[in-house]
Design a binder for this molecule. Structure first.
Ligand code: HEC
Length: 213
């Protein structure tokens, strides 16, 4: 197990790890902006289209007998009604919850099972599974990108011996972390290339109030 030379670094049970403040990766791509804001809905259909109304206004006096062209009639009586104000109704600001994220089944069960093996073989030397359901951990990574967490682990773990994990081991370990937190598995594995892991935000719970930014 641990070479005697290195003092056990972490995981005082209960005490947990005290990772340094989060360092954003410089190579993280800027978050994509969400889909363009919705245009106001198509003009609501009024009961009578203005063109139609104008026609009615022209015909109406005729139908009434048309004897008295009163001065009042000179006022433009049939100004088309202003279209009902197009309310922005349900146009809510875009959040990371609206974009592809960890609530969407982005890893597979088989992948999480492999991640559990990685955990048992490598990570459990210093970590307990509970490290990754700890509220402080969750809060630290809430709404970060999967890309960020992935690179954090890839470049720094195992502590004291970084650079020894295969890309797939990191991805599988993340799948295990997602599973531990009850995030849904899906039909497809999360691939280990940068483009794939950069597709998703980390959202731990469908119930949290969204953090708008
Ligand atoms: C030799 C001990 C050791 C091993 C093995 C190890 N870690 Fe760590 N890990 C640490 C320490 C210490 C920290 C906190 C220090 C830091 O921030 O660098 C940490 C922090 C982390 C964090 C960030 C936690 C947070 O609260 O933000 C993650 C995620 C993580 N490790 C994942 C892994 C995974 C996955 C493995 C196995 C592939 C692993 N670690 C193996 C010691 C280890």
């Amino acid at each position: 197990m641990t070479p005697a030379t290195e003092p056990p670094v972490a995981s005082a049970p209960g005490g947990g790890l005290s990772p340094r403040p989060f360092h954003p990766h410089s190579n993280h791509r800027p978050p994509r902006s969400g889909p363009p804001p919705q245009r106001s809905p198509a003009r609501p259909e009024g009961p009578i289209p203005p063109s139609r109304l104008r026609l009615l206004a022209a015909v109406f006096p005729v139908l009434l007998g048309c004897q008295t062209p009163t001065p009042a009639a000179t006022t433009p009586s049939a100004a088309p009604p202003a279209p009902a104000a197009a309310t922005p109704s349900n146009a809510s600001p875009t959040t990371k919850r609206d974009e592809p994220n960890t609530l969407h089944g982005i890893y597979s069960e088989a992948q999480a099972a492999r991640g559990a093996e990685v955990f048992d073989r490598i990570c459990s030397e210093c970590h307990e599974a509970a490290d990754w359901t700890d509220p402080a951990f969750l809060e630290r990574w809430e709404e970060a990108s999967v890309f960020r967490l992935w690179h954090w682990v890839y470049e720094r773990m195992p502590h004291g011996n970084p650079g020894t994990l295969a890309r797939e081991q990191v991805t599988d370990a993340l799948a295990y972390i997602f599973q531990l937190n009850g995030l849904p598995a899906g039909p497809a594995e999360l691939a280990s290339d940068d483009d794939s892991i950069d597709d998703y935000w980390i959202i731990w719970s469908p119930n949290d109030a969204p953090i708008l930014r």
